[in-house]
Design a protein around this ligand. Sequence first.
Ligand code: SAH
Length: 217
Amino acid sequence: MGGSHGATDLSYDETIARLISDGYLKSDRVIKAMRAIRREDFVPLQMRPYAWGDHPLPIGCNQTISAPHMYAIMLENANVLAGERVLEIGTGSGYGAALLSFLVGKAGKVYSLEVVHSLAESARRNIAKAGLEASVIESDGRQGYAAGAPYDKILVTAASESIPPALIKQLKTGGKMLIPVGMHFQELLLVEKTADDVMIKTLLPVVFVPLVGHSER
Ligand code: SAH
């Protein structure tokens, strides 16, 4: 080891150790995924020295990759298992989709929806370089992706004013969705679909960039 790359790796491991001691990271599965997928591989070159920190980072096109603790919170609550079908809304850098792909494994399937063409393209490259698989589709996430439904888990990584009905419809009975709901500030909701209803649990206040339509950008 040695050199600047070694130093970056050490700091990244320290961030993960802190996420564990702060209680954000709990399960061996999610810890293993966050250790395996290196966040620095998903941020622009000039941001790499900062990739170890527990804060959001710009990824271009006015968008950000969320802070590591946010992925820890979402993944711990979603309890994504091997073989599951998962939908992510807001591909961004591809980091979240890569973590999900690692968790579902070869037997599972990850779809991720993104409205910004250049982000979708770089995310596809980032995910492939990490040796993982996810279908990145350029479309408005508020409609979900019916062709891949039903999903065991849905992770929405941009803020929504309300829970889009299409997403509830595309969730399996017994499935779980994590979604930040609100205008400027949001609450992260855990939505569980039962046979004839949805159960909604408020997890914590969060700030995500808003979900937008093609015409609003
Ligand atoms: N999960 C990402 C970060 C998400 S940032 C990562 O791991 O890096 C939110 C993303 O949602 C941005 O890339 C933004 O372009 C995208 N987005 C905004 N509105 C959207 C919509 N209606 N449908 C799909 N993606 C959307």
